[in-house]
Write a protein that binds this ligand. Sequence first.
Ligand code: 0X9
Ligand code: ZN
Length: 264
Amino acid sequence: MHLLKIGRRTGSTKPAIFMDCGIHAREWISPAFCQWFINKAVSTYGTDSQMTSLLDTMDIFVLPVFNIDGYEHTWKIDRMWRKTRSRRNGSPCVGADPNRNFDAGWCTLGASSNPCSDTYCGASVESEIEVRNVADFIRKNKSVIKAYLTIHSYSQLLLFPYSYKYDLAADHNELLQVAEGAAETLRSLYGTRYTSGPGATTIYPAAGGSDDWAYDLGVKYSYTFELRDTGRYGFLLPESQIQPTCEETMLAVKYIAAHVLKNL
Ligand code: 0X9
Ligand code: ZN
């Protein structure tokens, strides 16, 4: 797994944002966005004042493809594959849903214990190597990681905890306010409408997700993006929408980052 650290070298430890893409293999616009983000970050540093102050004060860890084996599988074998590609003794079915494999109400709601299901929670918490690696990295760096952003598709949603339970997060009001601000700036570019809210009531209850896990670990600004579209093309988002989707999403990510920066 390749993790990039983007930020001005200062010699001292800076607060950081962690962002991953491609947890789910078929959500191709997601890795495209991380790649876009990395390019924009390094090429607009020094000219874009927002990006410059962001990278001067913070580091951004970007994991461009979380579920590498699954992603490769969607290019070569099955475009609609979602899960990892791990194998289990005693089951003919391959993979677990990485976004059901985190330690957040694991395998209780909206997840399946059937290895053949697309929402299989895995044999145990962090059974998937990709999940364990990300969880280990975030645990190790939790004192510096101030925000966790995870990019999925599709549905045009900006979700925050909780999804494994119906309780509102302790920071609900602030999380909602920041999400709504981010969605508003996103919409200002091409009119794309996003809905913001807690996962459980905005999309569906589903335990074992990375956003809830990061939040309960203490990473307050924890968001799941569901990028374009709302279902016309779904996972098969046309190439012509890659650039506009990335441009508008960039505005939302920068908005959240600016809020994090302001509240350090
Ligand atoms: O079901 C998911 O994992 C996400 N939707 S997707 O269509 N990309 O699969 C939503 C995740 C919301 N957060 C949690 N369930 N924790
Ligand atoms: Zn997803």
